[in-house]
Design a protein. Structure first.
Length: 186
């Protein structure tokens, strides 16, 4: 039973790690990155479709992304949606065949804002693993009270839970530090 509690904690840690990496991938670094377009949805035949399912997205160089739609009639709508997506802070250029997205360099102020966002995402991940730790420890205490788990095993399992939590907190801190370094690089 204690193994189930520990494996559940590890699963929650992996989920938090994955969520953190996805959240950090969406934060601009001043370089072209296709993940910054993951949240863009375009109206296409009555339903909103992800941009990457409607067009070929290519990073031409560190400061330029090209978008070549499979259906040229969607060019205008894609351009409109990109202009309306204010968190991207980019101005699309439509040449009639494809859309070019020049990625402007980030100002020092924007870089600092983005590092704060990265830290906040890291803090959210830490909170989620700490909540998972609390739940795991409560489960272990319940098992101990019910007599299903000897006291020594419960203490060992709680130590293992703490060790796993510390490992994930370290992973989160390293991931955020790497992203901050990437953001602050000019």
């Amino acid at each position: 039973m204690q193994d189930e509690v520990i494996s559940t904690l590890k699963e929650q840690g992996e989920e938090a790690t994955s969520a953190l990496q996805k959240a950090l991938a969406r934060i601009r670094t001043g370089r072209a990155n296709l993940s910054m377009l993951d949240s863009v949805r375009v109206e296409y035949y009555g339903s909103k479709s992800p941009l990457n399912q409607m067009a070929t997205l290519t990073v031409v160089d560190p400061r330029l992304i090209t978008i070549k739609p499979f259906d040229r009639s969607t060019l205008g709508e894609i351009e409109r949606v990109l202009r309306a997506t204010s968190d991207l802070g980019i101005s699309p250029q439509n040449d009639g065949e494809k859309i070019m997205l020049p990625i402007p360099p980030l100002t020092e102020e924007r870089r600092r804002e983005f590092t704060k966002v990265a830290k906040a995402k890291g803090e959210e991940a830490k909170i989620s693993i700490r909540n998972a730790r609390r739940d795991a420890n409560e489960m272990l205490k319940e098992l101990e009270k019910a007599g299903e788990l000897p006291e020594d095993d419960a203490k060992r399992a709680q130590a293992e839970v703490q060790k796993i939590t510390d490992e994930y907190v370290k992973i989160f801190e390293d991931t955020v530090a790497k992203k901050e370094k990437e953001i602050m690089e000019v």
